[in-house]
Ligand binder design. Structure first.
Ligand code: C2E
Ligand code: CA
Ligand code: CA
Length: 374
């Protein structure tokens, strides 16, 4: 792949190439890899303790998959990265779909660079609704991109490419600038909302984040508590102590912090207690199970109880039905977001939308009656 970085097919610092000759069938090759990974799982006994490692592997078979050495190495590299994406300790054999998906990611990368230069990306805003009074309390800024050649590209697809290719810093900065500019414009129109912005892992870990955030709100004349920075649970869990320190500094500056996709990253109660977060966002996959499984309901009740005991608010995302909303309301969830109320919309639609829904909520005295848009 021609993303910036090392050339495709060249083994990186912690990667090794094994050339196995004389294997008669593809099954021999797979059992060789399986044995290798199994052997590497055994802890290494060292003088001062033991070392456990997890290896992943990409398998390519010549001449079935390719005939020249360079292509074989490139395909092995692709298979390795697909295996790693699925978790540690796995292997995958190269398939043509991998090349196709790489071609698409390459295309996305090239067009995204172009889109950033031409300023043709957009932010849409999804309302977050207070469970008690039915008013819009906040909006989440979500990237939208329709490319001339690729058509509509879902945000998680191009955000993943931006992360892998080094474009995320520029993209993330654009999101923050645009969101702040919008928020300051709404404030001057008398629309007082909190703005939630997603921070990517790369943005979160870059050394200038704190300074950048300070400058950003100063330049746009905003108070830090108008902004809420969303970090996924897995981001916070990758290096928990480092994440806690960065979050503490952001919180000390006055920014709101939320843990996104909560429930998917296996964080412990003890850890959650240490984080200076204001809100926990229950992942959409849990909300989707409210109507279909008792276990799903129990989980949500547990998350709400846990978060409240730590004095954190709870926001449910992906609410699509009245049954889900009723359940969440009954168990004290503080706010929700979802297509039942509204999809993310362009800034130009939001002002009117908020006015209409606030009016409807006041008139009916019932958050569920606020408005229903599809
Ligand atoms: P996320 O942060 O978890 O955002 C919520 C996603 O759920 C959004 O998808 C939203 O449109 C979708 N959603 C909201 N309500 C419902 C619902 O009721 N039903 C269903 N089925 N979906 C609902 P979207 O906009 O496609 O974004 C996907 C992901 O892309 C986001 O997940 C986030 O991880 C990433 N993303 C989007 N914008 C940004 C951004 O500006 N920066 C970063 N770092 N990531 C972003
Ligand atoms: Ca989010
Ligand atoms: Ca989420």
């Amino acid at each position: 792949m021609s993303y910036p970085g090392r050339p495709a097919g060249t083994p990186g610092g912690d990667e090794f190439l094994i050339l196995a000759t004389g294997l008669n069938t593809p099954e021999h090759a797979t059992s060789l890899v399986e044995n290798l990974l199994e052997t590497l799982k055994t802890p290494f006994i060292l003088t001062h303790g033991q070392l456990e490692i997890m290896a992943s592997a990409g398998l390519v078979i010549g001449p079935l998959d390719a005939t020249d050495g360079q292509t074989l190495m490139r395909y092995a590299d692709m298979a390795l990265h697909h295996a790693k994406d699925g978790g540690k300790g796995r292997y995958l054999r190269y398939s043509t779909q991998m090349s196709q998906s790489l071609d698409r990611r390459m295309k996305i990368y090239q067009r995204l660079r172009q889109a950033l230069k031409q300023n043709s990306l957009e932010l849409h805003y999804q309302p977050q609704i207070d469970m008690i009074n039915g008013g819009v309390v906040s909006v989440e800024a979500l990237l939208r991109w329709t490319d001339d050649e690729l058509g509509y590209v879902p945000a998680d697809q191009f955000v993943a490419v931006a992360e892998a290719s080094g474009l995320m810093d520029e993209l993330g900065l654009w999101v923050l600038e645009t969101a702040c500019q919008q928020l300051s414009q709404w404030q001057s129109q008398g629309l007082l909302l909190r703005m939630a912005v997603n921070l990517s892992a790369q943005q979160f870990n870059q050394p200038h984040l704190i300074q950048q955030m300070g400058e950003l709100i100063w330049r746009h004349g905003l108070r830090p508590d108008c902004l809420e920075l969303e970090l996924t649970e897995s981001q916070a869990m990758t290096n928990p102590e480092q994440a806690r320190v960065i979050m503490q500094r952001l919180s000390d500056l006055g920014f709101n912090l939320a843990i996104d996709d909560f429930g998917t990253g296996y964080s412990s109660l003890a850890y959650l207690q240490l984080l200076p977060i204001n809100r926990v966002k229950i992942d959409r996959s849990f909300v989707a199970r409210i109507e279909t499984s008792e276990e799903g309901k129990r989980l949500i009740r547990g998350i709400i109880g846990l978060a409240h005991s730590l004095e954190k608010e709870v926001v449910a995302e992906g609410v699509e039905t009245i049954q889900q909303l009723n359940f969440l309301q009954e168990f004290g969830c503080n706010a929700y977001q979802g297509w039942y109320f509204a999809k993310a919309m362009p800034a130009s639609d939001l002002v009117q939308f908020v006015k209409t829904s606030q009016y409807a909520a006041r008139r009916m005295g019932d958050p569920q009656a606020a408005i229903h848009i599809q």
